[in-house]
Design a protein around this ligand. Structure first.
Ligand code: ITT
Length: 194
């Protein structure tokens, strides 16, 4: 079976995609291929960072590979935290990142925000990009304990609960990451049957 590397160390993400591509590709992650380098994510865009990761593996290991990058964009904050989502408050602590967002959004009427994921698939030397977006709004207070990151303050459009109040199975159907993943899977399945 053809092999495809997912440039992540996140076992949960690996299992999710492994299941989705069962029978089509053998999915390997960075640990599986012996890549223990912290690949720098220094680009100014999600596209750039996802591409840095996928092309690192393609160049150094000569294997087809995909990688993702995601984050929260808040309209009133000029799309911050964006690519800095993981360490917006200069720490990787979600609570501190949320506090900084709530502080900056204090008294701000426009609460519109979106989560975005971009996947870069490096296949036969070509870069294919897939994007997933979910729009919503920033609450004034935290609500819910599920999920991770900014989930307790993000309410997706069409719902009156936050991502952190949603069952994981439900979030995984509508999330930015799920949408981008579905696009890449459709592309790969299409190729396999072409
Ligand atoms: P890897 O790059 O190692 O996979 P990461 O934590 O950097 O892990 P992402 O690039 O996917 O993960 O996301 C960057 C940050 O954006 C993440 O740390 C969260 O703060 C935020 N984020 C992304 N997706 C999110 C989601 O579904 N819910 C809440 N916050 C999210």
């Amino acid at each position: 079976m053809k092999q495809l590397v997912f440039a992540t160390n996140n076992q949960h993400k690996t299992e999710e995609i492994r299941m989705a591509l069962e029978g089509l590709y053998e999915v390997l992650n960075l640990e599986d291929i012996g890549c223990f380098v912290d690949i720098p994510e220094t680009a100014a865009t999600f596209e750039g960072n996802a591409t840095l990761k996928s092309s690192y593996v393609a160049e150094h290991f000569r294997l087809d590979c995909f990688a993702d990058d995601s984050g929260l964009e808040i309209e009133a904050l000029n799309n911050e935290p964006g690519v800095y989502s993981a360490r917006y408050s200069c720490s990787r602590d979600s609570q501190e990142n949320i506090n900084l967002v709530l502080q900056k959004m204090n008294g701000v009427e426009n609460r519109k925000a979106r989560f975005k994921t971009v996947i870069s698939l490096m296949q036969n030397g070509q870069n294919h990009l897939f994007e997933g977006v979910i729009t919503g709004s920033i609450r004034t207070e935290l609500s819910g304990a599920k999920g991770f990151g900014y989930d307790p303050i993000f309410q997706p459009d069409g719902y009156n609960i936050t991502f952190a109040e949603m069952e994981m199975s439900e979030k995984n159907k509508i999330s930015h990451r799920a949408l981008a993943l579905q696009k890449m899977i459709a592309f790969l399945r299409n190729e396999a049957t072409a």
